[in-house]
Ligand binder design. Sequence first.
Ligand code: ADP
Ligand code: MG
Ligand code: MG
Length: 252
Amino acid sequence: GSTLEIKDLHVAIEGEEILKGVDLTIKGGEFHAVMGPNGTGKSTLASAIMGHPKYEVTQGEILLDGKDVLEMEVDERALAGLFLAMQYPSEISGVTNSDFLRSSINARREEGDEISLMKFIKEMDGTMDTLEMDKNMAQRYLNEGFSGGEKKRNEILQLMMVKPAIAILDEIDSGLDIDALKVVSKGINQMRNESFGCLIITHYQRLLNYITPDKVHVMMQGRVVKSGGPELAQRLEDEGYDWIKQELGIED
Ligand code: ADP
Ligand code: MG
Ligand code: MG
């Protein structure tokens, strides 16, 4: 499996420092959850890892198997095996979901070793069944007019088809009803294996009832301030974040 190392990461948006020294290491086979109040920099972390141009890394390192991710262009990061399911997936008009998926898969394969159309369709059909998706979603333009829940399922369809080394899922649970949450969780759980590591960003503990993380990290004010096992998520659900703030002497 691969290893993603984030070391002392500082990120600024338009000159304002949002991340103030984040340290995290995710290995193949591991599921990590990052939780935290709104506005603490969780999505900023995801965007910085994927190389969004608005997010300026001012200090620190991101390494994938020792390779400098910060030196890579956005598409190179995807080719290297990183995958981001965004909190707000964008719409791409004129590109069908199916075409997008197939080119994403083939981009990571050697020339001459592209997935055959038959194999691709079979795999896509099977995965859409798992995710209880309507088959005509395949021929619709990417995310165009998709409901919130359809977008989230579609992100997991991409995840399952592309099979990245490390995935970052940003609030994949937001806006999902309980049935959709179960389906999406089932898909993510199916990905569990030694060659896949996952960083699950969530505001709520609810998702972690269905996906058991190996480690839970709490982010506040641009830093990981506490790490623990699944029991940490349960305590946050029961008691909120105030006890951590008190423990650390953080003011609101
Ligand atoms: P979270 O995902 O934990 O809710 P975010 O990473 O979205 O937090 O935001 C962290 C902080 O950075 C917030 O204060 C937010 O207003 C600010 N921020 C995030 N994105 C932008 C942006 N594109 N432009 C300006 N400020 C931003
Ligand atoms: Mg937010
Ligand atoms: Mg966010």
